[in-house]
Structures are given as C-alpha cells and as structure tokens.
Design a protein around this ligand. Structure first.
Ligand SMILES: [Fe+2]
Length: 337
C-alpha cells in the first residue's frame, strides 16, 4: 500500500505508458491506479513522441519491440536528443545485452522483464518519480542561479553606465540610445539573441573610457584644441583597458575599442580598415554617430533626423560599413525617426 505522504508527492504527476498491446497497457494502467497518478497511453513510438510534445510527462514506461520499425530504444534516443530527461523504464519480454548497455548509458532507470509483478512495477515507478523530482529541483535551481547571475551582471553594467553618466548627463542618455540602436541594427542583420544582447551591453559601455577624460575637456563648450582632442581620442583604448578586466566580454571590448575606427582606415585607435574592424565596432560607429547627431550638444544644436540619415548615407564606405549603413537606414524606427 502507498502511504498518504507518497500519494501527496505523486499528486498531479503523469506517466506515459508505451506498448503496442492493448492488454498490457490495461494491466499497467490497473496496477498504477493505486498511485493515483495520471496515465497517458501510446500504442506506438510515433504516438509516444506526439504525447511527449503535448503533455508534461514525469516518467516514461516503454516496451521495446513494437510494430512499425521503431523500438523503445529509438524512443529513448529521441528523448535524449530532444533534451527530454524524464526517467525512463523499459519493459520487455526480451532485451539483448547490447540494448541493456545502451539503455543504461542513456540513463534508463529500470529494465523490467515481462511478465512482471505489480509490486515490481510500482517500486520501479515510485523510484523513478523520486528521480524526476530531483531532476526538476536541480534544473529549477540552475535556472534560478543563471537568472540571478544575469540580473547581477546587468545591474553591474548599468552601474558602469551610470558612473559615466554621473559626470556627464549627455553620455548616459547617449549610451542608452546607442544601446537601443545597436540592438535594432544587430537584429536587422540577423544576429542571434546572444549577440544582440552583447550589442546592447557594448552600446551602454562604449564610452566608458571617458571616465579617464578630465571634465574640463568633456564638458567644454568650444571646439577642442589639438592636444585636448588627443586626450579625448584616448577614450576607446581606455574603455578596452577598463573592460579588459572583465572575463567573457571580448565582443563588448571590441566594440568599445573600435567604435571610432573608419571603414577607409583613417579612424582611431588602430586605423583598422574594412572588415578587419570587428563587427561590433562597425555597428557602434553608425549608432554612435547617429545618436550624437540627433542630440543637442553644448557646442551645437541637435540635427534633424532626416539630415542625420543623409550624413550617414554620405559617409557610407568612407566612415561606415556600406552594408551596415543600408541595413541601419532600412530599420523602420530609424527611417521614420
Ligand atoms: Fe566615443
């Protein structure tokens, strides 16, 4: 008999029973009724796959040999390929030693031989539910940890961006705007979600090197002298130096270091040309210039978006990557700004 505590633990759990013989499915279902779990039955591997896609299955109990060519071993392989980790119990009249080895290597919990006793089945199923619980606890705790790390990471990034903004209100607004544009452009050129997030971070941090630029230069209303401009020009390399201490930020560092390179090779700090400029640098160069132009600065008023677009177009191939210019200008939010 199953005690009350176990019954509570099993409440709402679902087991998938896969067997081509209706009589066997009925016997298993009858044996399992004591557990008061949900039982979903499938008469073939194809049907089992369908059920696994549609239902939340906690434990799989499957026959091996079934008509139609696909076996319980095939179902097991498919599950693991699809990252379905539900504990798997094989029930079979005959299983070869090779199949046993393969099944165990794929994490099969139990192999039950037909004919089996009710007690045997119940015990195998109960221990598999326990494994299923510990799997889901483990997965949930990993997910929580990853989410927490991501939140902490983004909070640190925003902290960095705020540190620049504390000295210079323009840079904070500008960095947020460059991040937004960089996300739009990255998405437009089909980068994957991870690289889009990298572009966002690179946008937020691209000017972090301005922390090393004195306020007298940063806030100056008049045009900078040549020597002041030299100090200002140091900010991309300074950014790469600051971010260099953070692991796993390689593409962000590339973006920050190279956002003032020019496509024709006349930019700074490294005078890189064309495709040798890292993609994140070429993306930020356009987003940075566009954001700077449409924003009012101490030494000039904001430029109208249509004029800023024209300026970007005019500098395609000289300052900016021409393919990225086309992509940027075709973004609806930019084209209609
Ligand atoms: Fe910059």
């Amino acid at each position: 008999m199953i005690n009350a505590v176990e019954k509570r633990r099993l409440k709402g759990k679902t087991i998938l029973v896969v067997d081509d013989e209706e009589a066997v499915r009925k016997v298993i279902k009858a044996y399992l009724s004591e557990l008061e779990v949900n039982v979903v039955c499938a008469e073939s591997v194809a049907r089992a796959r369908y059920c696994l896609k549609g239902f939340n299955i906690d434990v799989i109990l499957s026959d091996i040999a079934m008509p139609g060519g696909e076996t319980g071993i095939d179902l097991l392989s498919w599950c693991r390929r699809e990252h379905i980790l539900a504990p798997f119990i094989l029930v079979s009249g005959y299983i070869s030693p090779d199949d046993v080895r393969f099944a165990l290597s794929r994490g099969v919990q139990h192999v039950i031989h037909k004919p089996f006793k009710k007690r045997q089945l119940i015990e195998a199923v109960l221990s598999s539910f326990a494994v299923s619980d510990s799997y889901s606890n483990l997965v949930n705790s990993y997910i929580k940890e990853i989410e927490l790390n991501q939140q902490l990471f983004m909070a640190a990034i925003d902290g960095f961006a705020a540190a620049i903004g504390a000295r210079d209100g323009y840079t904070l607004h500008h960095s947020e705007q460059v991040a937004d544009f960089a996300v739009l452009l990255s998405r437009r050129i089909g980068l994957d979600e991870k690289n889009i997030q990298t572009a966002r971070i690179a946008g937020k941090l691209h000017d972090i090197g301005k922390i090393g630029v004195p306020e007298s230069i940063l806030m100056k209303k008049e045009l900078l002298t040549a020597s002041e401009f030299d100090v200002m020009k140091n900010h991309p390399a300074k950014a790469a130096e600051i971010l260099g201490s953070l692991p796993s930020l390689a593409a962000v560092i590339d973006g920050a270091r190279h956002h003032h390179e020019r496509f024709d090779g006349s930019g700074y700090p490294d005078g890189l040309k064309g495709d040798s400029i890292p993609l994140m640098g070429r993306i930020l160069a356009i987003c940075d210039a566009f954001s700077a132009m449409i924003t009012e600065r101490p030494y000039r008023p904001a430029i109208l978006p249509e004029n800023a677009r024209e300026e970007i177009r005019l500098n395609s191939s000289t300052q900016f990557d021409p393919q990225l210019v086309n992509a940027f200008l075709s973004i609806p939010e930019i084209a209609e700004a």
